[in-house]
Design a protein around this ligand. Sequence first.
Ligand SMILES: CC(C)(COP(=O)(O)OP(=O)(O)OC[C@H]1O[C@@H](n2cnc3c(N)ncnc32)[C@H](O)[C@@H]1OP(=O)(O)O)[C@@H](O)C(=O)NCCC(=O)NCCS
Length: 186
Amino acid sequence: MTSLPVFETERLILRAVQQSDAAAYEKHFVDYSVIGELAAKVPWPYPKDGVAQFLQTQIIPRQGNNRWVWGIFLKENLAELIGCVDLWRDGRPENRGFWLGKAFWGNGYMSEAVMPVMDYAFAHLGFERLVFSNAVGNIRSRRVKEKSGARLIGTRPAKFVNPAYTEAETWELTKSEWQARVRGGK
Ligand SMILES: CC(C)(COP(=O)(O)OP(=O)(O)OC[C@H]1O[C@@H](n2cnc3c(N)ncnc32)[C@H](O)[C@@H]1OP(=O)(O)O)[C@@H](O)C(=O)NCCC(=O)NCCS
């Protein structure tokens, strides 16, 4: 396990998710408003103790080994994880996922949280491009991508926990596009 850097933005701290975050993770994640937007491989109803198991078996042992999962914390409450940004090397085709507890939506937190993660992916992890994905109809997630300069490259049939979603849209952002954007101060 390699250690992940801690990121500080205007309002947030991002640091590696730890087993001790399981209770806060469960509190904010196990909610159909959040899980309904995710790929159908995520179980619903979500199993009891599923979060603790997931962190213990899938996340903590792999941190920094072609997978990086940061917990998101408000600066005024560093004890409570309110969401995550998840980055992985192998495109499925996408390389990133994210979620935020519903109580915190609509404040621009995710748009703020993804910035240092993209910077790190391009500047330190050697990514030449990042691919993102969301359900067609998940406007909030789409906006986070649009605002970071990603380009929509297509749609494909896909299954999500919410069966009303039948298609995914795919987005791309290259390292040179990102660098031009950062240099341009956008
Ligand atoms: C997607 C998610 C992370 C967004 O987090 P967030 O912090 O609320 O995002 P932001 O506030 O940074 O941006 C959301 C954007 O959606 C817009 N938005 C919010 N509700 C909207 C609606 N009903 N219709 C249109 N736009 C909407 C916001 O106005 C904002 O755009 P703006 O800055 O141009 O105004 C959060 O909603 C979430 O966790 N959803 C459930 C899980 C999920 O969808 N994960 C991603 C799977 S691909």
